[in-house]
Design a protein. Structure first.
Length: 50
């Protein structure tokens, strides 16, 4: 995982997931988690983009 991916994962989690996986299940899950709370979205983005 590059430094740019980590920074984007922290600032805009759905964008980071979209860049790595495109439109799909992982993106929808991350959008939902980000809406529920920013921290769960960040954690999910970091785990998925590992």
């Amino acid at each position: 995982m590059s430094i740019l991916t980590i920074i984007i994962s922290v600032l805009l989690p759905p964008v980071a997931v979209f860049m790595q996986h495109g439109v799909g299940k992982e993106l929808l899950i991350n959008i939902l988690l980000t809406i529920l709370g920013w921290v769960p979205g960040v954690i999910h983005a970091l785990i998925v983009n590992k």
